[in-house]
Design a protein. Structure first.
Length: 280
């Protein structure tokens, strides 16, 4: 069994981006990401801080807009439109979830597609479907980058994705399909899930439940990618896969933490550079 080292691959991606950012800077382009956070959700604050830190390390400029929880929809839309029109801003990220009184879909749909570094805008979602994309959603893109880094063949392989969310499961399935995987998607209404997951050469779990994937669900020698980010009974960060139970059956497996997680921000940084290049 080989442990897939997301920290290492993420550091390599970020190092590569830093070199490219430096070159663009020498030619007068400073890559800028605008990060909007509304309210005081603690998890969102941690995510935003990590994104700003990644920008600083790579050599991008980040501008934070920290808005009060009482911000109205019109105020937030006005800010997004201002950032859309600002030629010095390359990427716009509105940290989700937003407070309940704000319409997340309306806000994310208002971000210009060429500045939509999260790839949530319907135009970018549609482009992913047809395989002609500028931006890839960060988490599925991170998984693909890990598979590539470890020379894991997707062509002709049985790929099973557990989860069908718009930000992970669906785009993940599409990216595997584009690489000629034979893809099956499982979700909460799937019957006999273990029978399906046992057919997987590559199994990606994006459910959000600790110890959901157990050894009896995994084929010998499978590649197992764990997207889940959960807390176990002791409050410790863990994935969807019962790692102790499953790992020895696999050929490759991602740990949590240190697997898919570090790749997500690296892919956001990659999208931000791409946005700057498109706008240039
Ligand atoms: P989500 O929107 O809650 O989707 C979860 C999916 O799992 C749904 O499609 C759901 O099916 C399915 N599911 C739930 N219970 C199931 C069951 N018993 N059997 C089969 N399928 C089941 O979550 P998400 O946003 O996709 O995130 C999934 C996990 O990935 C979470 O732990 C999240 O924290 C993590 N995550 C990690 C990163 C990272 O950077 N590592 C990034 C994003 C998300 P239905 O559609 O039928 O309800």
């Amino acid at each position: 069994m080989t442990l897939i080292d997301g920290k290492k691959i993420s550091a390599q991606v970020r190092q590569d981006l830093a070199v490219q950012a430096q070159k663009l800077k020498e030619n007068g382009t400073e890559i800028t990401l605008a990060v909007v956070i509304v309210g005081d959700d603690q998890a969102s604050r941690v995510y935003v801080n990590n994104k700003k830190k990644a920008c600083a390390e790579i050599g991008y400029k980040s501008i934070e807009f920290a808005l009060d929880a009482t911000t109205t929809q019109d105020e937030l839309l006005a800010l997004v439109n201002k950032l859309n029109d600002d030629p010095t801003v390359n990427g716009i990220l509105v940290q989700l979830p937003l407070p309940k009184h704000l319409d997340e879909k309306l806000i994310t749909d208002t971000i210009k597609p060429e500045k939509d570094v999260d790839a949530f805008h319907p135009v970018n979602v549609g482009k992913i479907m047809i395989g002609d994309y500028d931006f890839l959603p960060c988490t599925p893109a991170g998984v693909m980058e890990l598979l590539k880094a470890y020379d894991i063949e997707i062509n002709g392989k049985n790929c099973v994705v557990i989860g069908r969310s718009n930000i992970v499961g669906k785009p993940m399935s599409m990216l595997l399909l584009h690489q000629n995987g034979t893809v099956t998607i499982c979700h909460s209404r799937t019957k006999n899930i273990a029978e399906i997951t046992k057919t997987a050469d590559i199994l990606v779990s994006a459910v959000g439940r600790a110890k959901f994937v157990t050894a009896d669900m995994v084929k010998d020698g499978a590649v197992v990618v764990d997207v889940g980010m959960n807390r176990d009974e002791n409050g410790k960060l863990c994935g969807d896969v019962d790692f102790a139970d499953v790992a020895e059956k696999t050929s490759y497996i991602t740990p949590v933490p240190g697997g898919v997680g570090p790749m997500t921000i690296a892919m956001l940084m990659k999208n931000t550079l791409k946005a700057a290049l498109i706008q240039k």
